[in-house]
Design a binder for this molecule. Structure first.
Ligand code: NAD
Length: 325
């Protein structure tokens, strides 16, 4: 074959790829339409009146869209709507608070002044103890804590985890959870305290160490484009995970990290272990490092191999998608 033959074949393969991409998109659209049709056919869902306070925000919008797809009567209460709050909040079956964390407690107080005793009061806040305590203190009716364990950049909540904390009147709140199940979310029951303890590791420690990683890079000031150019997919992904934090809302991360001052003790222990690690390195004995490494491996147990395989799959997908873009 000569060069022109390769070039012609390459064009043909590209055309096939384009056709497949278009077909994939069409199938995805059809799948979403079928899903929506299935939802609207669910006759078992009685229509409810739902208000999302902060419903024009990033996460609020998603929940407005999702509950509306089930045929409910949705209403958004935003910052400028407080003069009409009394009329808006009368007769609601469910009021969900989805405002910035630092405003959540005061907005719960405001909402509680207007809602009726049988209205379910719920929230989507990333921390659970304080909002749930506040909702219980301000409202005598049903209370449900929710924490969607995902960001607002998903199209729908299908296959996404939503943690929930029963707080008061479980039976009255059940339809809300049933609706989330209809939307194919994965529900995880948890107490508010266990939730916040787990989030200290999952979010607070993670976000703080990512923040420190970015802060350290800024202080050391290496040439970022060079680091990117020289990074294999896994290191590039790690850099991306750091960089993406700083493209987001600093208030949200500040609120999550500052939410509970007990978390600072965990962070201090984390920092002191860096010092222990440095002392280990300065002893210059790699066998000590390897011993610690093995002990951590033992602690992870079967999860170590599981995570290795899972991350290999993710990296493969990341590699393919970066090759396509
Ligand atoms: P956001 O800033 O995008 O939206 C907040 C909305 O609240 C805005 O529309 C704002 O106008 C409105 N608002 C502010 N003050 C108000 C007031 N006094 N009365 C009525 N509305 C008011 O924030 P977000 O990212 O959507 O987060 C909302 C909640 O969701 C937070 O509690 C957060 O912890 C939780 N959450 C967010 C994410 C995420 O990744 N964004 C993930 C899980 C949970």
């Amino acid at each position: 074959m000569v060069e022109s033959d390769f070039s012609a074949e390459l064009k043909e393969v590209q055309a096939q790829l384009d056709a497949l991409t278009a077909k994939k998109q069409a199938l995805e659209n059809a799948l979403e339409e079928a899903r929506l049709a299935k939802l609207s056919l669910s006759e078992s869902i009685p229509s409810k009146k739902i208000t999302i306070v902060g419903g024009r925000g990033k996460l609020g919008q998603l929940f407005v869209r999702q509950f509306a797809q089930l045929g409910h009567e949705l209403q958004i209460l935003e910052q400028d709507d407080w003069p009409n709050a009394k009329a808006m909040l009368a007769g609601q079956d469910l009021v969900i608070i989805s405002v910035p964390i630092n405003l959540t407690l005061s907005v719960i107080e405001q909402v509680a002044d207007y809602i009726e005793p049988d209205t379910i009061l719920a929230d989507l806040t990333s921390i659970k103890q304080k909002p749930v305590e506040k909702m219980l203190a301000c409202h005598t009716g049903p209370v449900l804590g929710l924490h969607p364990m995902f960001g607002p950049d998903v199209d729908n909540i299908q296959d996404q985890v939503v943690a929930y904390c029963h707080a008061r009147a479980e039976e009255e709140c059940q339809w809300v959870l049933d609706n989330l199940i209809l939307l194919e979310a994965k529900l995880e029951a948890v107490s508010a305290q266990s939730h916040d303890n787990a989030m200290a590791f999952i979010q607070v420690m993670r976000h703080f160490s990512t923040f420190m990683y970015g802060y350290h890079l800024k202080q050391e000031n290496p040439e970022l484009s060079e680091l990117i150019a020289l990074s294999s997919p896994i290191y590039r992904l790690e850099l991306a995970m750091v960089g993406r934090l700083f493209a987001q809302d600093s208030q949200l991360y500040a609120d999550i990290i500052y939410a509970n001052s007990e978390n600072f003790d965990l962070l201090k222990r984390f920092v002191s272990r860096f010092q222990t690690g440095i002392e280990l390195l300065e002893k210059g004995d790699k066998t000590l490092f390897k011993q610690e490494f093995e002990e951590v491996h033992q602690w992870f147990g079967d999860y170590a191999d599981h995570f290795l395989n899972e991350s290999k799959r993710l990296l493969k997908a990341a590699h393919q998608s970066s090759a396509q873009s």
